[in-house]
Design a binder for this molecule. Structure first.
Ligand code: BTN
Length: 261
């Protein structure tokens, strides 16, 4: 079981993780973080749980995770960025988690737009970003991070597409140390948000995104579009060259079809 003491022990950060709320069971760490953000909890506050009864994923999906095996946490951040730049927050989060996984586990990970992290083409981490604005400036964002760490089995629906770090590495991972690594990378990269240095975030993200330059299919609502992923636009959207011109996506699910993969 996580404790505040172990999670904070030797955690040397500037902004993130100065305050941390630890739960065994909660509905959703994102829902809790949102309530705290609404009462103006300090920048960098983290909510972490061993189990969620109503874990939420993107596009109204649920996030299912065994008790005591994974990392389920949400961080309240308050960089004063413009509404038009909020699309970079998933990329900032994904890059930071990817850097932490690479450095702590010495593995190769890939980023899939907008905010999945894959190992060997299977998803090991999902990110749910929720935000609130005052006029056009970000009031707070909740970075909800779910990582399949020591999960052994996945249900039939997820079996083909999901994995855990333990499954990929054949060994159990120390969740506290990994959590601290991730928080340190998010904390180190936070300055990029403060400085509006989205170019560096995109550069680090693209380095880990094999979909760039390849054919992708984007499903958004009832629409399906196929084209070549060409880059990230000035708002964090995905630029896709289709037969009938260039389109930019700000939401959706991407599948990648490529001979290079
Ligand atoms: C996705 O890929 O659909 C995003 C999944 C995000 C799951 C995490 S787990 C911690 C936090 N609390 C939630 O309810 N969701 C996020």
């Amino acid at each position: 079981m996580f404790t505040r003491e172990t999670l904070l022990h030797n955690l040397h950060t500037h902004i993130l993780g100065k305050k941390i709320f630890v739960f065994d069971t909660i509905d959703s760490t994102n829902t809790c973080a949102k309530v705290l953000a609404e009462i103006n909890i300090e920048n960098g506050t983290i909510v972490i749980a061993e189990y969620q009864t109503e874990g939420r994923g993107r596009l109204g999906r649920s996030w299912i995770s065994d008790h005591g095996k994974n990392l389920l946490f949400s961080i309240v951040i308050k960089p004063p960025i413009h509404r038009s730049r909020v699309g970079f927050l998933p990329l900032y989060t994904a890059v930071s988690v990817a850097q932490a996984l690479e450095s702590y586990l010495n593995i190769h990970v890939e980023c899939k737009w907008p905010n999945d992290i894959l190992i060997n083409n299977k998803k090991c981490c999902g990110i749910l970003l929720e935000s609130s604005f005052q006029t056009d400036i970000l009031r707070y964002a909740i970075l909800g991070i779910g990582i399949n760490v020591n999960q052994d089995r996945f249900n039939e629906e997820l079996f083909e597409t999901a994995t855990s770090l333990k499954r990929e590495l054949n060994t159990s991972i120390d969740r506290v140390a990994l959590f601290q690594h991730i928080v340190c990378y998010l904390d180190g990269n936070y300055i990029l948000l403060e400085n509006n240095d989205f170019a560096t975030i995109v550069e680090r993200w693209i380095k880990r995104a094999p979909m760039m330059g390849n054919e992708v299919t984007i499903i958004h609502g009832n629409e399906q579009t196929t084209g070549i992923a060409e880059g990230i636009d000035s708002q964090g959207g995905l630029i896709v060259r289709c037969q009938d011109g260039v389109k930019i996506f700000y939401a959706g699910d991407v599948s990648i079809r490529s001979s290079k993969r």
